[in-house]
Design a protein around this ligand. Structure first.
Ligand SMILES: [Zn+2]
Length: 78
């Protein structure tokens, strides 16, 4: 069976910790999508102040674009 959206290898708690700590070690491993602003960011991005309920974790730029999100101008995830 094929899945259109690639799934994330990391669990939610790992992503949440990396997001809150702005852990640059996770840059490239997942992206953070913010539903309210329609932007996606690297984990280390300093422009984010989103609440957890407004955040989605994405495995790739492709997945972010499919979700209708645009690249953050500050961290330039691609
Ligand atoms: Zn950003």
């Amino acid at each position: 069976m094929q899945t259109r959206t690639p799934t994330l290898d990391l669990d939610w708690q790992t992503c949440e910790r990396a997001r809150l700590e702005r852990d640059a070690a996770y840059d490239g491993k997942f992206l953070i999508g913010v539903k309210t602003t329609k932007i996606y960011c690297l984990p280390s991005c300093r422009s984010r102040t989103a609440l957890a309920k407004n955040v989605v974790y994405l495995p790739s730029i492709e997945a972010a674009k499919q979700a209708g999100l645009r690249a953050c101008l500050r961290c330039r995830p691609g």
